[in-house]
Design a protein around this ligand. Structure first.
Ligand SMILES: [Zn+2]
Length: 66
């Protein structure tokens, strides 16, 4: 499974390790603080990922984009 964080401020995207979920981190470009949701708390997104093996985008509010 791949997780891609997308910064809502500058739009920069980068790969996340699975260990990064449910933690706060900073955008690698503009250093905006982001909250990475725990995938167990976003069952729909996790379901989409499991079914489609696609990428997941998250923003600072924890919303996901499959
Ligand atoms: Zn940024």
């Amino acid at each position: 499974m791949h997780i891609i964080a997308k910064c809502p401020r500058c739009g920069f995207r980068w790969w996340l390790d699975a260990a990064a979920v449910d933690r706060r981190m900073r955008c690698r470009k503009c250093f905006m603080l982001l909250k990475v949701p725990d995938l167990t708390e976003v069952p729909h997104a996790a379901e989409v990922i499991n079914q489609a093996h696609s990428d997941l985008y998250v923003d600072d509010t924890g919303r996901t984009y499959g």
